[in-house]
Ligand binder design. Structure first.
Ligand SMILES: [Mg+2]
Length: 278
């Protein structure tokens, strides 16, 4: 596919951002979601994988930029398993867990007291006929993801999830997040990919940032990055959305650059690598 078809909007914005990275690579930060952004969406989360070309370009960027961080809804260790790169930072469970480039893990201590309630909801969810309903449960201890991409009758499956998982979770004081064919039960704490992005950006004298994402949870990262850039005229920021036919409209509205998922992300990352001397 010609390059022009992979980047569907924001060529000028992307070029300006790459020039800012090129001017000072060590002041550059790349924040990158995993599923749907650098790995194609799979029906079961365990089947998703990051391809070798993505691994190579991201490893090379980690050597050259000030910071590369993978910001995922998966548990932190699961994110590291998918894209293991020494020197990268990892944010797991939408900001609940953060691993610095040196390996130091900063968990959200307040989340511990919600684990029992999340596990009660997980036990109730396991009582659903998950096979027949097309439900895949992903128990991340402090959160529970309920995927239903495999449902043949999505309306019926959603109804079952709402009555048997979402309502019991709310009655226990837990919060609910949503995504592509996904409900997530989580502690009612103000952590998001945006709060994690703020912590990462505060960790150095960075001037340029790029956030690559594809789903509603990434919009908090896009907004945080834009707010960070707006506070200092020397800073530049670029929010890049990996787009499919399923992309929620806020993701498209808040992005500066739109690319086709996932080859367009690969193209943008290879251009970034070339811009910083790779
Ligand atoms: Mg994603």
């Amino acid at each position: 596919m010609p390059d022009g078809h992979l980047i569907t909007k924001g060529e000028t914005e992307l070029a300006a951002c790459l020039a800012a990275f090129a001017a000072a690579p060590r002041a550059g930060v790349l924040l990158c979601d995993i599923d749907g952004t650098i790995s194609a969406i799979a029906a079961r989360p365990e089947d998703a994988a990051v391809s070798q070309p993505f691994r190579e370009v991201l490893a090379a960027l980690t050597e050259r930029l000030g910071l590369v961080a993978f910001v995922t809804g998966r548990a932190l260790e699961d994110g590291r398993r998918m894209i293991p790169i020494d020197g990268a930072a990892y944010v797991g469970t939408h900001g609940l867990e953060l691993m610095a480039p040196g390996g130091e893990v900063l968990a959200e201590p307040q989340a511990e007291r919600y684990i029992a309630a999340v596990q009660e909801v997980a036990a109730a969810a396991r009582d659903l006929d998950c096979g027949a309903l097309g439900i895949v449960l992903e128990n991340k201890r402090t959160t529970l993801a309920v995927h239903y991409r495999l449902a043949t009758d999505a309306a019926r499956t959603r109804h079952e999830i709402l009555t048997r998982v979402v309502e019991p979770a709310r009655s226990r004081g837990l919060a609910i997040g949503t995504g592509h064919f996904l409900f997530e039960v989580r502690p009612p704490l103000p952590f998001t990919k945006g709060t994690a992005t703020r912590r990462l950006l505060a960790g150095g004298d960075y001037l340029t940032g790029m956030f690559c994402g594809d789903d509603m949870t990434d919009v908090t990262g896009f907004k945080t990055l834009h707010d960070w850039a707006a506070r200092d005229a020397r800073r530049a920021a670029c929010a890049l959305a990996a787009v499919t036919a399923e992309t929620p409209s806020p993701v498209i509205e808040d992005a500066d650059v739109l690319v086709r998922a996932t080859p367009g992300v690969y193209l943008a990352l290879t251009r970034l690598l070339a811009a910083v001397g790779g």
